[in-house]
Design a protein. Structure first.
Length: 754
């Protein structure tokens, strides 16, 4: 039996690493605890949401209780009580959380001297934002009716949003001369004028499509007065059924109502599905069409629009439809992967919305679009404090305690050395045009703490210059290369309490050992996922973390081999996926020995949690990942998704979790748990799965349960809704040496499908 050692303490006994050599049995599971998870900002904590472990005599709570936070002994154990494995894992993971929190507390305020960066180093909290400013194209004359410029503003950094190159970047410059309280001269001429108005978002509007569009068609928005350097073109991302007529009536149908489903084309992923339309059968043939039940989501149109073959639920065969496809969704052109959309459709007068469109490519006609109006010309200006802040970090190198008081400060990239404690109660805003992370830790730095009630703001709309090079640009707090073997790592680093937001890349990414994120840390609205990175990363804890708005990537990542850690009591919501373990390829290590305990993962666009990504050719697999007492629900908000995906993960345990109400698509099926390729030796025990999928989606509690050595036991699967979305409790061909027993599956026909 192998033990996992973290922060010097045994955390939990692992199952055998060779599922083929012996059967794995997890005894004595107890799932009586409530699922509390973490809390969104401003959400009330109550005693009822605390989680007690095992009998009352234990008296240990996962929430932030004084005994845990002070690192004191965590309760006693009665001599007659034997903990279940769920209780044991919870208990020992809680010890690691307490040790990580104790380490974080010990890193804070440990120096006799406190440097106030505002008083001691002349850092100025004078960052301001002004709306309603204007500047002509190719001009240095900025006019801001709402400003109160003063002569001492000369030399300050200034950014005019949307006035820079490529129709998307800010024009970052400095104030060269004071004219009057409303006017200044800039040191660099603008490229675009400001203000301009632009299409911040585009969506289909109700319209009558008369000729089919296809994905990839370019559409020009009509109306308004377009600025000459930007044409206002958008691209059809996906199509859907707009209308249909009978081409061939078919035969063999049962008289009455019938549902017809399209058969050709390719469906958008995730969330794609063929169209469905009501029909009426008379005399065995299709006699009329009714309303569109589901318009579909196509990445490639049906192959023959004049005669699309359909299937039916009424025995009808041989029927075809003439279909017209309309736009379902649009993309804004030249969208960079890392950063906000560019200023697509720049206008001096904005079009009336909904707006008429004309075809720029393709033959589609009739579509109208709803436009969301954005405005350029927001001005941000203030003292660039980069040099002063770096001087503060360098002044007492090796024993620095820096305090950033309330106020708004502009800064560029900063280097952080060992033995540094940074308390931030104000807001640090990354200077427009910055290429670099706000804080980069020195290689092999140790004993560094970030904390306080303040904000780190990446100012992503003014920092598009870094887009496209995510590995080394525009993170909030960064410890070095993205997980390469032998890259610099850091030791004993904690990030607590802060809000880290609006970064072109990740809010925080750490590689090293003894790492702690938590105590109400919030990481939101950024392009890449925060997390722990690299094969040299071990002994990490994320506890009481809130992650939201990471929509171009997973919410939180355990990446390229980070191992031996705990993710606990946290919330992951409104991201692409909530939480994910992944390695880029077999060239990178996979993760092992990680506990994911008592978290909430909900309202994510695709999946709640993913244990491993990639196809079934992977040979470097994650191992011994334990998922216990989590609440996973209402994921798949983009149209389809799973609660928990287990793929390329060996001997992973799923114990006492609650998974429910995932997928937002009435056609595409989903499941609470899906066992994808290379999920050998998975144990699912004491899990509750219910109400998966929308009614009519033919979803399952657990799908693809066909891998070698899978054990599913003590699990409850049901759908009590009047209109069920779940058709099957467990589906898939049973794999060799798999065991399914003592499960409670009700209200399905069939209970098991294989």
């Amino acid at each position: 039996m192998k033990n996992l050692l973290l922060f010097g303490a045994a955390v939990f006994p692992l199952v055998s690493s060779d599922a083929r050599s012996q059967s794995v049995v997890v005894p004595n599971v107890s799932c009586q605890d409530k699922h509390s998870g973490a809390y969104a900002p401003n959400e009330t904590r109550t005693q009822a949401n605390s989680t007690a472990i095992g009998p009352t005599a234990i008296g240990i709570e996962i929430e932030r209780k004084k005994s845990i936070r002070a690192g004191l002994p965590m309760g006693g154990r009665t001599t007659s009580w034997t903990p279940s494995i769920a209780d044991q894992i919870t208990l020992n993971a809680s010890k690691m959380v307490a040790q990580g929190a104790f380490m974080a507390a010990s890193l804070q305020q440990r120096f006799a001297r406190i440097d106030n960066v505002q008083l001691d180093f002349g850092v100025k909290a004078d960052e301001l934002q002004i709306v309603g400013c204007s500047i002509p194209a190719n001009s240095t004359a900025l006019h801001c009716p709402g400003a109160a410029f003063v002569p001492s503003d000369v030399g300050k950094s200034l950014t005019v949003r949307g006035a820079g190159a490529a129709n998307e970047r800010p024009d970052a410059t400095i104030i060269a001369a004071y004219v009057d309280p409303y006017d200044v001269t800039l040191s660099k001429a603008s490229i675009m004028p400001a203000p301009l108005y632009y299409d911040a978002a585009v969506a289909p509007a109700t319209s009558t499509v008369t000729s089919s569009y296809k994905p990839g068609d370019s559409i020009a928005v009509a109306g308004g007065s377009s600025y000459t350097k930007n044409s206002g073109k958008i691209t059809v991302a996906a199509t859907q059924l707009a209308s249909a007529a009978i081409a061939s009536a078919g035969s063999g149908g049962t008289t009455g109502a019938c549902i017809l489903t399209g058969t050709t084309g390719a469906w958008q992923t995730p969330g794609g599905a063929p169209f469905q339309i009501n029909g009426t059968i008379l005399g065995g043939m299709l006699s009329a069409l009714g309303s569109i039940l589901a318009p579909g989501a196509y990445s490639t149109n049906p192959s023959t629009l004049a005669a699309e073959p359909v299937t039916s639920n009424c025995g009808l065969t041989g029927a075809t439809l003439r279909v017209i496809m309309g736009p379902r969704s649009y993309t804004l052109p030249t969208r960079t992967q890392y950063g906000p959309p560019p200023l697509v459709g720049a206008y001096t007068i904005f079009p009336t919305s909904p707006a008429v469109t004309t075809a720029d490519s393709g033959t589609g006609a009739g579509a109208m679009v709803t436009l969301t109006k954005g405005t350029t010309g927001l001005v941000t200006y203030g003292t660039n404090n980069t040099t002063a802040l770096q001087n503060a970090l360098n002044a007492d190198r090796g024993k620095a305690y820096l305090f950033v008081p309330h106020g708004n400060y502009l800064t560029g990239p900063l280097a952080v050395h060992s033995n540094t404690d940074i308390k931030i109660d104000g807001a640090l805003l990354l200077v427009g045009g910055t290429q670099g992370s706000m804080f980069t830790l020195d290689p092999n730095a140790e004993r560094v703490s970030f904390h306080g009630s303040g904000t780190l703001d990446g100012n992503w709309l003014d920092n598009t210059a870094g887009h496209g090079s995510p590995s080394r640009l525009s993170l909030g707090i960064w410890s070095g290369d993205a997980g390469a073997v032998g890259s610099p790592v850091v030791t004993k680093v904690s990030i607590t309490h802060l809000l880290i937001t609006h970064f072109v890349n990740a809010p925080a990414s750490l590689s090293g050992s003894d790492l702690f994120l938590g105590d109400g840390l919030r990481m939101t609205n950024s392009e890449n996922s925060p997390g722990f990175v690299g094969s040299d990363t071990t002994g990490f804890v994320a506890d009481d973390v809130y992650v939201s708005g990471i929509t171009d990537d997973v919410g939180f990542s355990i990446y390229n081999g980070a191992s031996d850690g705990v993710i606990a009591n946290s919330t992951f919501t409104n991201n692409l996926d909530g939480l994910s373990f992944f390695n880029d390829s077999d060239s990178f290590p996979a993760s092992h020995n990680v506990i994911v305990l008592n978290n909430r993962l909900y309202n994510n666009l695709v999946h709640g949690m993913v244990l491993g990504q990639g196809d079934n050719t992977r040979t470097v697999l994650h191992a011994n990942i334990t998922i216990v007492k989590n609440d996973i629900y209402q994921n798949g908000q983009s149209g389809a998704g799973y609660g928990l995906v287990i793929s390329n993960c060996r001997n992973c345990l799923v114990i006492c979790d609650r998974i429910h109400n995932d997928s937002n698509n009435s056609v595409r099926s989903t499941s609470g748990i899906t066992l994808s390729p290379n999920s050998t030796g998975t144990i699912i025990k004491g899990v509750t799965i219910y109400d998966e999928g929308l009614p009519g989606s033919n979803s399952a509690g657990i799908s693809d349960a066909r891998e070698f050595g899978v054990q599913i036991t003590g699990t409850s699967i049901y759908d009590d809704r009047p209109a069920q979305g779940m058709k099957t409790g467990i589906s898939g061909t049973v794999g060799s040496r798999s065991q399914f027993f003592d499960n409670h599956i009700r209200a399905f026909r069939p209970l098991l499908s294989h």
